[in-house]
Write a protein that binds this ligand. Structure first.
Ligand SMILES: C[S@@+](CC[C@H](N)C(=O)[O-])C[C@H]1O[C@@H](n2cnc3c(N)ncnc32)[C@H](O)[C@@H]1O
Length: 256
């Protein structure tokens, strides 16, 4: 591991806004703050919004700056990436932003029923070969339902036609209410000013895809608590610009 990464990990241990609980740590120890994030960490009763697969946490920090009366938590397994957002949040003095380093597969161990209002999925790996690892699959939706309020919002922002189409089909199949969808966010004239400003936060991965000339897609839908969720069986064309190897990044314990 590089010296830079080691230094970031050492610093992260001292950050008051970072909670590090990968599989190995949480396996035998319950997360004491489950159901108590507002009382014990944020010290307010404001809504909680998660950014899952936050990377450097651009949305967590950007939205926390825009909405001081909402609490944001960025979740990722990669500590070196998270370090960027966590440090920025500390430097900005943001009381309404936190970071949780863990595997999203076990995200329901950290939040109690109804504790979270919204979820952002920002440039998630499409996982074209492995639906079980796809963060917008019904497998993950079932997990999110365990702590999301009934009808809570899910936002998907992506470059990937595969992931966008997959998620749209999943939403259609299960008749989940769609609030907004666009396949070319930055050329969509129908956006109101507030939506445009929220969606103008660019992430690290997003900038790379924009530089390669890809359209950014966005889907916002509600996830009701009741009803069985089913996968769509429609075949989806794969993204040609991605190799399967690239999608193999996973949230394993050892990933830093
Ligand atoms: C393509 S990156 C996007 C990062 C950031 N949102 C951005 O747009 O720059 C996907 C991120 O999701 C994280 N991730 C993917 N699957 C995960 C899982 N199961 N548990 C935790 N993190 C995961 C990866 O570690 C990675 O940082």
């Amino acid at each position: 591991m590089s010296k830079g990464k080691l230094q970031k990990f050492a610093e992260m241990e001292t950050f008051k806004n970072v909670f590090q609980y990968p599989y190995s740590v949480i396996e035998n120890v319950p997360f004491e703050m489950k159901g108590k994030w507002r009382e014990e960490y944020f010290h307010n009763q404001n809504p909680i919004v998660l950014e899952l697969g936050c990377g450097k946490g651009e949305y967590t920090v950007g939205l926390a700056l825009m909405f001081p009366d909402v609490n944001f938590i960025g979740v990722d397994i990669k500590g070196a990436r998270m370090h960027t957002g966590a440090k920025q949040a500390l430097e900005e003095g943001l009381q309404n932003a936190a970071f949780l380093r863990t595997n999203i597969e076990i995200i329901d161990r950290f939040f109690a029923p109804g504790e979270v209002q919204e979820i952002w999925l920002t440039f998630s790996d499409p996982q074209m070969k492995n639906p079980r690892k796809r963060l917008s699959s019904t497998y993950f939706m079932e997990r999110y339902r365990r702590f999301l309020v009934d009808g809570g919002l899910v936002h998907l922002k992506t470059d990937s036609n595969f992931l966008f189409t997959y998620t749209r089909l999943m939403v259609e199949k299960n008749a989940l209410p769609v609030l907004m969808q666009t396949e070319d966010l930055y050329h969509d004239q129908s956006l109101d000013d507030d939506t445009r400003s929220i969606l103008s936060i660019h992430t690290y991965y997003e900038n790379q895809w924009i530089d390669r000339g890809l359209n950014i897609k966005y889907l916002k839908f509600r996830l009701p608590a009741a009803g069985t969720l089913e996968e769509s069986d429609v075949e989806i064309p794969l993204d040609e610009y991605r190799s399967y190897k690239r999608t193999k990044r996973s949230g394993k314990d050892s990933a830093k």
